[in-house]
Design a protein around this ligand. Structure first.
Ligand code: ZN
Length: 268
């Protein structure tokens, strides 16, 4: 069981529970997570959904090992797996007609953004660091292109081009995060906010969410997310044609690069 699920006081809490692997997302974890979202969405007793993570880090991103990975290393196979788990899932969670709040601590890397961005609100612990370092692998960003919408075009380009992480404070400044709280207060603050929202009439909440999401969709959010998913796939196509692998890797080099980026930021 990679996902824990509980309901109390009209709040569903979905917990990523793979702390020993920094909540890296294998296919089973994502399928369980989607099932938990569906359960919360369809349960009339649930008014608000919290997404949180056990352990030091929110999530280290995708883990392509284990069952459910692309059967063959063809673009078709990769596209099929990613369209379902990295695009449809995130859009479905975004469109659940109930307010959702992500509570993020520690590392939130690449595919981890696909879990917190679809939530309506994000509370970050002071130690949260958000990054999408996949340009180093020859890919123009993760599958679900929230970047431009969440950060604005310049910040989006900066974090993509450099691979550096955005701190919790920076994320709050650009409006990606609602508030930053001490790590020790993350769960209580998130719960207090959820409890407050849960006192509001459910149809009002549903319609408020729809008003904002529809406005984004009219501005092109849905079409942009779909088309940038395909841009992402050209990165996999190029990597396959060059190296036979879905990403351009010198894995050791990349790990060293990410580590040195992280160390520099931790020293600051
Ligand atoms: Zn991909």
């Amino acid at each position: 069981m990679y996902i824990l699920y509980e309901v109390a006081d009209r709040i569903a809490t979905i917990t990523l529970n793979r702390p020993e692997a920094a909540n890296a997302q294998n296919m089973e974890l994502l399928d369980e997570l989607d099932a938990a979202w569906t359960r919360a969405a369809t349960d009339d007793e649930v008014a608000v959904i919290i997404l949180r993570a056990e352990g030091k880090h929110f999530s280290a991103g995708h883990d392509l090992k284990g069952p459910g990975k692309p059967a063959k290393l063809t673009l078709e196979a990769i596209y099929q797996v990613e369209a379902r788990r990295y695009l449809e899932y995130s859009l479905r969670w975004r469109n659940v007609p109930k307010p959702s709040i992500a509570a993020v601590q520690g590392r939130c890397i690449a595919g981890a953004l696909l879990l917190c961005w679809p939530c309506d609100l994000i509370i970050a612990a002071e130690d949260a660091l958000f990054s999408d370092p996949v340009v180093a692998m020859g890919i123009g960003g993760v599958e679900y292109h929230g970047h431009t919408w969440e950060l604005g075009p310049r910040k989006a380009k900066e974090i993509l081009f450099t691979g550096r992480a955005l701190t919790a404070q920076e994320a709050e400044q650009v409006g990606m995060v609602n508030r930053v709280v001490p790590r020790a207060a993350l769960d209580t603050e998130t719960r207090a906010l959820a409890a407050h929202i849960a006192t509001m009439p459910s149809f009002g909440l549903r319609q408020a969410k729809r008003a904002v999401n529809q406005t984004l969709d009219v501005q092109g959010f849905y079409a942009a997310i779909q088309s940038v998913f395909d841009v992402h796939q050209t990165g996999h196509g190029n990597a396959l044609s060059v190296s036979g692998l879905p990403v351009l890797v010198n894995l050791d080099q990349m790990k060293t690069k990410i580590r040195s980026n992280n160390d520099q930021q931790e020293e600051q």
